[in-house]
Ligand binder design. Structure first.
Ligand code: MN3
Length: 386
């Protein structure tokens, strides 16, 4: 029996790599649906290759264009299309590889339909981790992490919960060895020049500020039900140790391998099986020879500190962190603010924000919208200052 999979975000970095994994494991997987935004050219290729039954796109106009080309496929668009894909009855697993808050509703829809989820969307747990994990437990739905750090911890835990610490590794990003002064004049191409991982632009900038690591800490707290005081971040520039778990008896179990997203994506899809899939090359201790570890510099990377604080505060604090950061990063990508202004925007928003402690989903979404409006004002004031 082939595992039936729906891919939300099929033309993005994780989505395309997931389809590479699936091409290699054609006898094991059937693609039931594909959802993409506006990259219609690539989506068209994917439709031809994987013959899904259902496809959703960003806007109605594109759904109409494609439905003329592929009359046997059902099309939809927007948020509704994403939720429709995640609710398809014979899905075995839904890969949520959307970026931004678009991931939240379809993830919840998949949980309500009792479908296991391979989760590559950070915002889902950062914005609504309490609600999502509670519903997943109630529905007996597995949330299989795709992000390399969470996949590593998931593999190390193997169902156990006698955890002393989670140890999340970080490459340190492109500015690990830069001074604070140098970082102030960092431009876009420098921020996008990640030393280890090839990813989308938003997450690459987040990796440069270490906000990405902060968001991962919040996700790990929810996924593995571990207190923030028991989550440690360790800078490991070689990125061979993808993360680790320290147990009560002092044993540390880590997961290693070459830095390739194909491995964690594949494991989330084939879990609990480990199969020989896409060729990624293998890690060799002797060739690697040197593994280094450093304390993260919270002063140079204050976004990481903000993320820990938001996580500990809980409620909609992490919604504020995420929304203001996303607006700030997009402003940086558009060249409107400087690299270090990203932190200033998030800090200003966090400082003036009143947290709601146990929000419902609708409140989370309305707070998210409010925070984004406020963030845009903060960003324009920075623009004026130049
Ligand atoms: Mn990661």
């Amino acid at each position: 029996m082939k595992k039936k999979v729906s891919i939300l975000g099929s033309t993005g970095s994780i989505g395309t790599q997931a389809l590479e994994v699936i091409s290699k494991l054609q006898d094991d997987f059937e693609v039931v649906s594909l959802c993409a935004g506006n990259n219609i050219e690539l989506l068209r290729e994917q439709i031809k290759k994987f013959s899904p039954r259902f496809v959703s796109v960003g806007i109605e106009e594109n759904a109409e264009i494609l439905s003329k080309e592929f009359p046997l496929i059902k099309f939809n668009f927007g948020d509704e299309g994403l939720c429709e894909a995640s609710k398809i009855e014979d899905n075995d697993i839904v890969l949520v590889a959307l970026s931004g808050k678009a991931g939240l509703k379809p993830t919840l829809a998949a949980i309500e339909t009792g479908k296991d989820i391979a989760l590559a969307n950070k915002e889902t747990l950062v914005m609504a981790g309490d609600i999502v994990m509670k519903r997943a437990r109630e529905k007996g739905v597995k949330i299989l992490p795709v992000d390399s750090e969470h996949s590593a911890i998931f593999q190390c835990l193997d169902g156990r919960n006698d955890i002393k610490n989670l140890i999340i590794t970080s490459s340190g990003g492109p500015f690990r060895t830069w001074t604070k002064e140098q970082m102030r004049s960092a431009d876009l191409s420098q921020a996008l020049n990640h030393p280890r991982w090839n990813m989308g632009k938003k997450i690459t900038v987040d990796s440069a500020t270490l906000m990405n690591k902060g968001l991962e800490v919040i996700e790990a707290h929810h996924l593995f039900n571990v207190d923030y005081k028991d989550i440690k971040v360790v800078v490991h520039p070689q990125s061979y140790l993808h993360s680790a778990v320290e147990y009560f008896d002092g044993s540390i179990i880590g997961q290693m391998g070459i830095p390739s997203m194909h491995i964690p994506i594949q494991y989330a899809l084939t879990y609990p099986k480990r199969v020989e899939g896409i060729e990624t090359g293998s890690f060799d201790f002797v060739t690697a020879s040197k593994l280094e570890f450093f304390e993260p510099d919270f002063e140079k990377f204050p976004c990481l500190k903000l993320a820990f604080e938001a996580g500990k505060t809980g409620g909609t604090s992490t919604v504020c962190l995420n929304a203001s950061n996303e607006e700030a990063v997009y402003a940086f990508l558009r060249g409107e603010i400087g690299f270090c202004d990203i932190y200033e925007v998030v800090k200003t928003c966090m400082d003036s924000y009143s947290v709601i402690s146990e929000p419902a989903i609708e409140q989370i979404l309305s707070e998210d919208a409010k925070i984004r409006e406020f963030s845009k004002k903060v960003i324009s004031s920075l623009k004026v200052k130049g």
